[in-house]
Design a protein around this ligand. Structure first.
Ligand SMILES: Cc1ncc(C[n+]2csc(CCOP(=O)(O)OP(=O)(O)O)c2C)c(N)n1
Ligand SMILES: [Mg+2]
Length: 335
């Protein structure tokens, strides 16, 4: 099924109920910040200033839209594809850059931001989100947990276990599947026989909704319904945000070996920040000056972020072993 079959909102040329002009611009600011982080990170990688990096170009609408439906007290569980999602909570860019530089100052305290650690193993954070949501419910708190994962993650046992547990316990969780059509070089059609990934929700007895992942307002609306439902005790929702990966899987990947470059070009032409920018201009909210100042602010933040990251003293190499062994083996002991 093509992305255009999924729910869209930007074409309506009217803001969703409850979003003020200020909210619309804040959403734009967050998308630009994420876009700038991503584009600068690819450059920093090429310059040897950060390590291998998982590019999220054109995933900004999913990340900004879904999290905009959350309160700061709600928890976010990111995969590597949402590494910079803490930016929407005000996390300093240098913290995330340090994570990609392998520096310990990149290991933030999840409880400080209500943003869990970046999860690289596929889908293992889905049960974490279910558990946190259920635990908060048992404590009588009205916190929601939102987990992000990819289309490939829906083939993992941890995805099934996490979503099923959350469903059975009516845990206040929202599961956001970024369906970008690829799990590195494995296409969606080799991943599942399900017609849509949202259909999997039927098997858990929870709502499953399908939105255009390049339409930030559609993602926001689906997330808002899911978050409200979860907070009111209605249990979890699975959101499938459909789009198509328009960049390599990561800086270490060469997709020319397996992807159709013409399809990628077509997707890049539909990129999500531009779609939202044009919507905001049509409804008379965005001006050239605002576009300029929003971009300049984001670029400044990244410049300051990489400078702050590089100004930190290098980590003590011993740290690699500090938390790995109670009794280090002989070949790792000093002297
Ligand atoms: C448990 C586990 N198995 C395999 C991998 C190797 N791996 C890294 S990324 C990836 C593809 C995941 O694709 P998807 O879930 O669609 O997320 P996307 O990268 O497209 O955002 C795989 C298989 C891993 N990180 N963890
Ligand atoms: Mg994928």
């Amino acid at each position: 099924m093509a992305a255009t079959d999924a729910f869209r909102r930007l074409d309506a040329d009217a803001a969703p109920d409850g979003l003020s002009e200020r909210d619309l611009l804040e959403l734009y600011r967050r998308m630009v910040l994420l876009r700038t982080y991503d584009e600068r990170s690819v450059v920093y990688h090429r310059q040897g200033r950060i390590g291998t990096y998982a590019i999220f170009w054109n995933h900004e609408a999913i990340q900004a839209g879904a999290t905009f439906a959350l309160r700061d007290s709600d928890w976010i569980f990111p995969s590597y594809r949402e590494s910079a999602i803490g930016l929407v909570r005000g996390m300093p860019a240098e913290t995330i850059l340090q994570w990609w530089r392998g520096h310990p100052s990149g290991w933030w305290n999840p409880a400080e931001w209500n943003v869990a650690s970046i999860c690289v193993p596929i889908a293992t954070h889905v049960p974490h989100a279910a558990g946190l949501a259920w635990g908060k419910k048992l404590r009588g708190e009205d916190t929601v947990a939102m987990a992000f994962f990819g289309d490939g993650a829906t083939s993992e046992g941890a995805f099934h276990e996490g979503v099923n547990l959350a469903a059975v316990m009516d845990a206040p969780a929202v599961f956001v599947c970024n369906n970008n059509g690829w799990a590195i070089s494995t296409p969606l059609e080799a991943q599942t026989r399900a017609e849509t990934l949202a259909d999997k929700a039927v098997g858990y007895g929870i709502p499953g909704v399908r939105v255009d992942g390049l339409d930030v307002l559609a993602v926001y609306e689906a997330a808002r319904v899911a978050v409200d439902r979860a907070r009111a005790g209605g249990g979890p929702t699975l959101i499938e945000a459909v789009h198509y990966r328009a960049a390599p899987h990561a800086t270490a990947d060469d997709p020319s070996a397996y992807i159709d470059p013409e399809r990628v070009e077509a997707e890049r032409a539909r990129e999500c920040v531009g779609q939202y920018e044009r919507f905001l201009r049509r409804v008379g909210v965005l001006t050239d000056d605002l576009v300029e100042s929003t971009r300049t602010e984001a670029e400044g933040l990244l410049r300051a972020g990489i400078a702050a990251a590089e100004a930190e003293p290098p980590a003590d190499p011993e740290l690699v072993f500090t938390h790995a062994y109670v009794d280090p083996p002989g070949n790792l002991r000093n002297g």
